[in-house]
Design a protein around this ligand. Structure first.
Ligand code: PLP
Ligand code: COI
Length: 340
């Protein structure tokens, strides 16, 4: 680490900290410019930007990890690039070439290397790429210009309690429509989740769980994370639906459960009325990593899985293997790790 920063790495939460440099590139007249690193953390954009009025924007989240040998690595940034471009397509925004996306992420990590938390602290450097529609525009139509930006923030756990289980409640609201934008990482989904999240927190839950918007019978998302459950006969199960965000962590866990832990795995409907089929359950995502679910409240009953205080043994194994791969202590499948 070149410069010293005054950060209590072991006690970081998931909060904004201004780091030194961020990457900004502009799209105009059909092309992205080369992009560059800037000190200013404020974007000056037209008051008539589509990102401000019509939600024409999307974002990503990925992390940089410091290894024992003091190397820095990214976990599957090519997958974030693909998902960003899928969000861009859905909102009629220009795609960012994968090479440009990964190069921007690497530039930001290198320029803020002293903000990459030390090995062993459990903290990581979270990267937030985004594409926003900007420029002067009034009607509901795509913007004339776009900004692709990547900034970074050192973070600790997203859900309080580190590896301790947390409880969730089933939301009465939907975060996305059946054929809407639930599978894309667009701001509107998160705006729709703020109110149900507040109601859940006010009642003492970590967040809420969304059921499928068409029938309200199947589990979809756990706040800003995907759901998985371990059946009594040791199968790794995760919901399948067109309105769930395809979590890169979830697809990595499907692979890890099958290939590393030799479990049967399945992506299929998870009925809330059949929740007792699981002996363990968890939330997974870049920010959430793996957070064990203690219990889920539905229709005034709290269903507890393994325990409200202890993480179940299979959830723990999944966590150790995933984090081991991310910090370079467990051999990664080919192509998962990008050295910075
Ligand atoms: N679901 C939602 C709604 C999210 O915001 C996220 C975070 O990106 C996830 C799931 C987890 O996805 P990933 O594992 O790719 O971070
Ligand atoms: C992530 O896990 O990267 C997320 O985007 C979750 C949340 C902070 C929006």
């Amino acid at each position: 680490m070149s410069k010293n920063v005054n950060i209590d790495w072991g006690n970081l939460g998931f909060n904004y900290i201004k780091t030194d440099l961020r990457y900004v590139s502009t799209w105009k007249d059909g092309n992205w410019d080369n992009g560059n690193l800037v000190e200013d953390n404020k974007l000056a954009i037209s008051e008539a930007s589509t990102a401000l009025h019509y939600g024409q924007q999307c974002f990503e989240g990925l992390k940089a990890y410091r290894t024992k040998e003091n190397k820095i690595q990214l976990f599957r940034p090519d997958q974030n690039s693909k998902r960003l471009n899928n969000s861009c397509k859905r909102l009629l925004m220009p795609e960012v070439p994968e090479e440009k996306f990964i190069d921007a992420c690497k530039q930001v990590v290198k320029a803020n290397e002293h903000f990459v938390p030390p090995y062993g602290t459990g903290a990581t450097l979270y990267l937030r790429p985004m594409v926003i529609g900007v420029g002067d525009n009034m009607g509901v139509k795509p913007a004339p210009e776009y900004i692709f930006c990547v900034f970074c923030v050192p973070v600790g756990p997203y859900f309080k309690g580190k590896m301790a289980p947390v409880n969730f409640m089933i939301a009465d609201y939907d975060r996305a429509a059946p054929q809407g934008t639930g599978a894309q990482k667009v701001g509107g989904n998160y705006a729709a989740s703020l109110y149900p999240h507040l109601l859940a927190v006010k009642r003492g839950f970590a967040d809420c769980i969304y059921l499928d918007p068409a029938t309200h019978t199947k589990i979809e998302e756990v706040g800003a994370a995907n759901f998985f459950g371990i059946t009594k006969d040791n199968k790794f199960i995760t919901p399948k639906s067109p309105s769930i965000l395809p979590s890169i962590t979830k697809y990595s866990l499907l692979y890890i459960a099958k290939e590393y832990l030799k479990m049967d795995v399945e992506e299929r409907d998870v009925l809330i009325d059949n929740i007792s089929e699981f002996k363990e359950a968890g939330a997974c995502g870049t920010a959430a990593v793996i957070t064990a679910i203690g219990g889920i409240e539905y229709k005034e009953n709290l269903h507890v899985f393994h325990s409200e205080t202890e993480v179940g043994p299979i959830t723990k194994k999944l966590y150790d293997t995933l984090c081991g791969i991310q910090i370079g202590e467990v051999e990664a499948p080919e192509g998962w790790i990008y050295e910075v």
